[in-house]
Write a protein that binds this ligand. Structure first.
Ligand code: NDP
Ligand code: 7N6
Length: 308
């Protein structure tokens, strides 16, 4: 059946202003409604949502406003024959800039200077501590939208960029591609390791004590993907023991990161609140993507970003 309504589930308000998002569909020629948990759906409904709900399986098409759709049960969508699409393809600049921002800060010490500024303190670091990212090796694990966004920017800063992915297809700015089986070889010798893979059974716990031991003791871990890809207790131990030097983290096992989590207290850990993809026009980027897929659905074409 043809789609006759676009439902915006209120859970999108976790990340974007729901009214502004709904208004961004002014050009769509079907009604757009903001719906809550009590709404029921049929095959003429399209749904755009942050969180999954069982009731969405009655709809005609469901769009996840995130790139990471790990909370959605793809098997259930396949069993019901309901297409599920995600929002990959739009976070190269936003997340790329935050990942490069962590790296530049960790090298040039902006985070440390800001900590001292909070105390009106003129702090001068040890001569040996500051360095430049230029000529340092970065290993990007996962070379999709996020990974490419990070790699291209790091390459432009003169970094030596290598990467990890299952397929061996080359990526601009990445000088060497390793298979995930060779992860240790890929991260050995890197000053920065940036995680940009989806959270799947294969990637859960991909970074744990053995990986931190392989990494250089002056290396930094960047995680902009999903918390459970990193064993957080193992990371805290590695930071405590000086097995690695620090981290830039946008994602955590538990979000919001609990107040008593030890990660807050490391000088060499920069924490951002899972807003790596945030911009003041995120709602417009997602609406453009939803409208593009809406038109594909209407035309009976293959849907961009279909994941089930
Ligand atoms: P893509 O699908 O574009 O890229 C995923 C990449 O990971 C591909 O290059 C894929 O390549 C690779 N990959 C998949 N499985 C493995 C594996 N087991 N080992 C090594 N590489 C693997 O996704 P995005 O780049 O758009 O997003 C990635 C993830 O980042 C999302 O799933 C989401 O969880 C997170 N994210 C976080 C954001 C934030 O706000 N912090 C914003 C957006 C995304 P290949 O198939 O060749 O292996
Ligand atoms: C912002 C979500 C993703 O997977 O978690 C991120 O895209 C950001 C709506």
């Amino acid at each position: 059946p043809q789609l006759e309504r676009l439902c915006v589930h209120e859970s999108v308000s976790t990340k974007i202003p729901v009214e502004g998002f709904a208004e961004a569909f002014a050009d769509l020629d079907v009604p757009v409604e903001v719906v809550g948990d009590d709404e029921t759906f049929d095959r003429t409904d399209a749904v755009a949502s942050f969180r999954p709900r069982d009731a969405f399986l009655d709809a005609g098409w469901v769009h996840c406003i995130r790139a990471g759709y790990d909370e959605f049960d793809t098997d259930a969508y396949e069993a019901e024959g309901v297409p599920l699409t995600n929002s990959t393809g739009i976070h190269d600049t936003t997340v790329g800039e935050i990942a490069v921002g962590y790296m530049v800060s960790l090298a040039r010490m902006l985070h440390v200077y800001r900590d001292h500024q909070n105390e009106n303190h003129w702090f001068e670091p040890d001569y040996e501590r500051p360095f430049t990212v230029e000529n340092e090796r970065l290993c990007v694990v996962g070379l999709g939208t996020l990974g490419r966004g990070i790699a291209e920017r790091a390459d432009a800063l003169g970094m030596d960029v290598v990467g990890v992915r299952r397929s061996q297809e080359s990526v601009p700015g990445v000088s060497e591609i390793y298979h995930p089986d060779d992860l240790h070889e890929a991260i050995d010798g890197a000053r920065f390791v940036a995680i940009a893979v989806p959270h799947t059974p294969e990637t859960e716990g991909m970074f744990s004590t053995p990986e931190f031991e392989v990494m250089r003791d002056d290396a930094y871990l960047i995680n902009v993907a999903r918390g459970p890809i990193v064993d957080e207790d193992g990371l805290i131990e590695a930071l405590d023991a000086g097995t690695i030097a620090g981290a830039g983290l946008d994602v955590f096992e538990t979000e919001p990161l609990p107040e008593d989590n030890p990660l807050w207290d490391f000088e060499e850990v920069i924490i951002s609140p899972h807003r790596g993809s945030a911009t003041n026009r995120y709602h417009l980027d997602i609406a453009d993507l939803v409208m593009e897929i809406f038109e594909q659905h209407r035309a009976g074409e293959e849907l961009r970003n279909r994941v089930a």
